[in-house]
Design a protein around this ligand. Sequence first.
Ligand code: TYD
Length: 395
Amino acid sequence: MYKLHSTCRACGAKSLLPVIDFGFQPLANDFQAAADARAGAAPLKVLYCPACTLAQLSVVVDPAVLYSNYPYVTSPSQTMLDHFASLLRDLEEERGGTLGKVLEIGSNDGALLKFLESNAESVTGVDPAANLVELAEAKGIQTHRTNWCSAVADLLDCTYDTIIARHVFAHCDDWWDFIKALHLVSHANTVVAIEVPYAGDLLDKNQFDTIYHEHLSYVNLRAVNSLLLETPFYLAKVIRYPIHGGAMLLILRWRTAGAVPVPSDSIDSERWRNLNGRAREMMQSLRSMVKVLGGSKSYRVCGYGASAKSTIWLNGCGFTHQDLAFVHDVTPQKQGKLCPGTDIPIIGDRASLETCTHAVLFAWNFAAEIIAKEEPLRRQGLKFIVPVPELKIIE
Ligand code: TYD
């Protein structure tokens, strides 16, 4: 199901240092019904490259296992719509006008392309998940079902003015081929916009629960500049966004004479080692809190948001449905399934949520929106336990 990966994906260095080790963990999005087989577990360990400061997983799980049927659907939340609006504004500014022909890599259910459609000459998606391609096509978004690789260029047989890849770059094993494919479908004025979580935010805000098998790399600018050195692209601009706990949009352009890349940052290995220790302390704190609440007949605790992040918490804390009665989630693809590695069911009905006194907010990246939306339940007494960046109860 997985292979070891011991050379740096960005600069090719061979001597990588182990900095985080969470042992064997289930695949974070392996939501299955009780009667169905689960994919199993794989090592969850982070290696650090002293040469270019990239952090990456020690293994690569077979993409066919991870992505052929993918339950992650771009959240139809206000937070995400606001983000799409920021993206559109920034991309138009970068293009100096309309978006022209747009290609999205990892286009999921077509939500972003649908949003951009009226501001583009055409929109085309590429995504490997059959279930998501079906959803996109139902919205009228033309989508090629495939992984992003240089062979895809034959399928597309044209160049694009704007190429967007949201939260797929860190999922990709072969960055050289990813860049080669971008080159094949771009022209000298193409704006390539790659959105990735920023490793500096992950470290500063204790977001260890975003470390899971789909996220092969934890990206910073020095690593990106190292990677691009030998390619036709350079890092022309970086735009920061608050989405998903802290992301950056890497604007890549074809390298021209005199092009000056965005200056590199740097992240030392000690920060990663410290996070390893902090993750254990944070999981211990949540475990103790939930056990104390569960020990009292007056309380009933559930989870809120069956995010991939929730899998890291639930398995790290060793929770069962005795600890968390269920995890509430609005995503139809997840409802009726179990949280990976556990016997905790995912349910979407409001009545169950009303029976709880506490909900652990595993979708903490949507905290402001969810806490505001659930104001009526909070008035009835529901308290949110927010585990990141630090454990706190919202009274
Ligand atoms: P998300 O943070 O988008 O992703 P990841 O899986 O990468 O950690 O997951 C958030 C989950 O929370 C997703 O399954 C949808 C769910 N959710 C709700 O149930 N209600 C809501 O109001 C919102 C915003 C999300």
